[in-house]
Design a protein around this ligand. Structure first.
Ligand code: ATP
Ligand code: MG
Length: 140
């Protein structure tokens, strides 16, 4: 499998509980390298655009309000099969269904406040990385 990059967000429920380091330790233990990282507070417009694919879903408005309820940490992760590997260590969207040892099983509060986001394809990863980072901010 080739080295690739994926995009990650440590969500407001996790930054609020001071869990950035815990999440990063789990990412690094899985063999992924954090090649870019910054903490920011998304505007409503940014969150609506970022989660635009979910615009028609019933939970969209609550999701956007949650994502702007506090700071997030946005990251670029690099490694062998990074997209799938990161989805594996995050666990299922609903922490009640997430496998033991995954970030969401260990740390998430609910299906909405589920601590982390990860790109679901290499193509979406490239779009999401470009949304938050300039090329010179990625240091492999
Ligand atoms: P993410 O895109 O954040 O990595 P995901 O790919 O596991 O998560 P999606 O289906 O893309 O899940 O949903 C995006 C986000 O919307 C979820 O991570 C969660 O925060 C929220 N969400 C998804 N389903 C629900 C739901 N049924 N009720 C409330 N919030 C939800
Ligand atoms: Mg998703």
């Amino acid at each position: 499998m080739a080295t690739e990059r994926t995009f990650s967000i440590i969500k407001p429920d996790a930054t609020r509980r001071n869990l950035t380091g815990r999440v990063n330790a789990m990412i690094e233990a899985a063999g992924l390298r954090i090649v870019a990282q910054k903490r920011l507070h998304m505007t409503r417009a940014m969150a609506e655009e970022f989660y635009g694919v979910h615009r028609e879903r019933g939970f969209f408005s609550d999701l956007v309000t949650f994502m702007i309820s506090g700071p997030v940490v946005v990251q670029v992760l690099q490694g062998e099969g990074a997209v799938l590997k990161h989805r594996d260590i995050m666990g299922a969207t609903d922490p009640k269904k997430a496998a033991a040892g995954t970030i969401r099983a260990e740390l998430a509060e609910s299906i909405e406040a589920n601590s982390v986001h990860g790109s679901d394809s290499a193509e979406n990863a490239a779009t999401e990385i470009a949304f938050f980072f300039a090329g010179i901010e990625l240091v492999g």
